[in-house]
Design a protein around this ligand. Sequence first.
Ligand code: 3HC
Length: 303
Amino acid sequence: KRPAGAPDRELAKPVKKVGIIGAGLMASQFALLFARKLRVPVLITDLDQSRVDKGLEHISGEIDQMQEKGRLTADDANQVRALVRGTTDTGEYADCDWVIEAVFEELGVKQQVFAEIEPIIPETAVIATNTSSLSVEEIGARLTRPERLVGFHFFNPVAVMPLVEVVRTPGTDDATLATAMAVAKQLGKSAVITADRPGFVVNRLLAKVMGEAARALDEGTPMPVVERALAPIGLPMGPFELIDLVGWKVAAHVQDTMAGAFPDRFYASPNLHALADLDEPLVKSKHGKVEDLSRAAKKQLKL
Ligand code: 3HC
């Protein structure tokens, strides 16, 4: 059955080489997924070789773990390893038919990245962005062919989370949308098509939970109390454990975007921002249960 709003799947274009811009945590997680599931060459790039190397190391470590756990045979592991390559030369993207970016969540940076890559890639290539809450249409403002732009939003941890949000802008054409839906399916993900609105669907809901948890912290409720209080609701993770997983910077950015778009409905927490400045995991866990904020976090908040 065709998902709501999906165009005819016959329109989907084949993807024979994937180009990923960014080699950070999200990018390297989905680079591995593309290689494993599509079995096509995957290129990653970043600002400098050391960032590219870090991404490749992360991917290699994940492949080792999957092999150890018996999820990849030795042959498969070798094949997947050989498919992912890193480069700082975007010229190598000339034959990629699917390009996706996961660079810093700043509109200008993403616009710049696409303005640079568009003249290099084939005319028919799909351009995707993994933005969590920025306007996909605005990200494509400097493209000469914005009809081939689509949002393709993964969730952390990429290997496990079953969903991709496919974001259609008013300009996205049917072939691009059909290709995005086909790629999601090949990746083993279910896809929902969402409008290009701040936070799409998932982050609009999650930002409420995270924002209110941060507000409780701002109001003096200790973090472990918030986590414990929410446990009976049955979330797979408490709100702070989740913030720690997605990254404090990313979480603060999502809150800012939502509060900027809907000031009367969302809350940008000062404590969340103070902790995001530290840019590191800040939750201490014991036996899989969140215990407290880390020492660095408490120092930052003067607790
Ligand atoms: N990479 C690969 N596999 C992972 C993984 C990772 N980082 N983390 C966990 N897994 C796998 C484990 O290996 C395990 O697989 P198995 O059952 O085959 O052995 C399976 O996931 C379950 O893991 P665990 O048993 O260790 O732990 P849990 O049962 O507690 O599950 C969890 C961990 C899947 C992360 C679960 O806690 C969860 O679903 N958390 C919520 C995550 C979530 O909501 N993510 C969305 C964040 S929002 C976002 O990303 C958007 C952004 O824009 C902000």
